[in-house]
Design a protein around this ligand. Structure first.
Ligand SMILES: Nc1ncnc2c1ncn2[C@@H]1O[C@H](COP(=O)(O)O)[C@@H](OP(=O)(O)O)[C@H]1O
Ligand SMILES: [Mg+2]
Ligand SMILES: [Mg+2]
Ligand SMILES: [Mg+2]
Length: 362
């Protein structure tokens, strides 16, 4: 389980490092307290810490992007829980059915400040617009997930990737409406990595996911050519066809698409990130949203994670969205996601012309 207490952990690793450096002196001075065995253990921990720091800074760019984003999304999740615990959500209405809270603002500041410090030449676009990046040390995450870096090799396609070719799409809190109404499990933090217009990497952090052990929060990642982690994907049932869609942003076109597909059951839940997690967990076969409401930051990370696991995410006409730095934000032709093993084309074929027309108007 990931350690939430970053300041303490830093403190501990600094202490260990100091003991290791001055170990000989410490050993002479505190003979009774620090046995040779303890000293050797501390020195080993220090060496491991230093190896990890070296690995985190020398790994290929795309691996550092994913490794750091795993840590950063986790920190943003802590901020989201802190705001809720304090109770004052600071809700602002950005537009119709479109809220922003203190958690959206603070989580974005933490994510964008951390990413821009680590990757100054990448383009970073956050849902909440330009943020004040002058944040406390506590919100500046410079660590990387070492486990990810150690266990995975950089896919060949990204070996020569340049920072200036990367666009990072940040949704600091996906499912704001659910957050304000207490459907907390559906809240996610989304960090999507785009290269050459395509969503290739993504992090979906779920701050309120409850593990059987009682621990809270999980982080799912996906990278093209590398697979997914943080979740054990489950296949959906073979005897029923289940579709997931919006809870709070439905309209008649959204409903026509669902009627035409005629699934055995429609799950109405909030959050683009959460709906893709439902696909990976075998709770639904398809995510169908025939509306222009989602934006690039809603789908970049979920698309990359779903596709890294063999699924597909496109618009309602079967086209992949473009995620370059100059694209417009709205996903104006809707969202269709399918899990590995489900035919995307079969579902596309069922979408009626009036829906397709409405989705290609922009
Ligand atoms: N009609 C609409 N107006 C504004 N935002 C919309 C929208 N339809 C979808 N969205 C955005 O798309 C995301 C997923 O929507 P839904 O939960 O309805 O499936 C939400 O992201 P945020 O919560 O990050 O703003 C939501 O705001
Ligand atoms: Mg929003
Ligand atoms: Mg969102
Ligand atoms: Mg959001």
């Amino acid at each position: 389980n990931e350690n939430n207490n970053i300041p303490n952990r830093l403190l501990r690793s600094r202490k260990i490092s100091a003991v290791s450096k001055f170990g000989a002196i410490y050993y002479v001075k505190h003979l009774q307290r620090l046995t040779p065995l303890k000293y050797l253990i501390l020195r080993n921990i220090d060496k491991r810490n230093r190896d990890n720091i070296a690995m985190a800074s020398s790994a290929p760019l795309v691996m550092r992007l994913v490794g750091s984003s795993i840590k950063i999304a986790h920190r943003a999740g802590n901020i989201i829980r802190d705001v809720m615990r304090r109770g004052d959500l600071g809700i602002v209405e950005k537009g119709k059915d479109d809220l922003q809270t203190e958690a959206d603002r603070s989580a974005q500041r933490c994510i964008v400040a951390s990413l821009s410090k680590l990757f100054p030449n990448a383009t970073i676009i956050g849902e909440e617009g330009p943020s004040d990046l002058n944040v406390t040390e506590d919100w500046l995450i410079t660590e990387s997930n070492i486990d990810f870096l150690k266990k995975h090799k950089c896919p060949d396609a990204f070996v020569n990737l340049k920072e200036s070719d990367v666009v990072i799409w940040v949704d600091p809190l996906d499912g704001t409406s659910e957050y304000t109404q207490g459907f907390l499990e559906r809240v996610t933090v989304l960090i999507g990595i785009a290269v050459n217009e395509r969503a290739v990497g993504g992090i979906i952090h779920q701050p309120y996911y409850e593990h059987d052990t009682g621990d809270i929060g999980r982080t799912i990642w996906g990278l093209h050519g590398c697979g997914t982690g943080g979740i054990l994907p489950v296949e959906p049932p073979s005897d029923r066809f289940l579709v997931t869609t919006t809870r709070s942003h439905s309209n008649s076109i959204v409903q026509s698409a669902l009627d035409a597909i005629a699934p055995d059951e429609v799950l109405r839940v909030g959050g683009a990130g959460y709906k893709v997690l439902q696909l990976l967990e075998g709770k639904a076969h398809a995510y169908v949203f025939a509306s222009a409401g989602c934006k690039k930051w809603d789908t970049c990370a979920p698309e990359a994670v779903l596709e890294a696991n063999g699924g597909t995410l496109t618009d309602m006409l079967g086209r992949h969205y473009q995620y370059g730095k100059d694209v417009s934000f709205p996903n104006s032709s809707g969202v269709l996601g399918t899990v590995a093993g489900v035919s995307h084309d079969d579902i596309l074929a069922k979408i009626p012309d009036n829906v397709k027309q409405a989705m290609s108007m922009y």
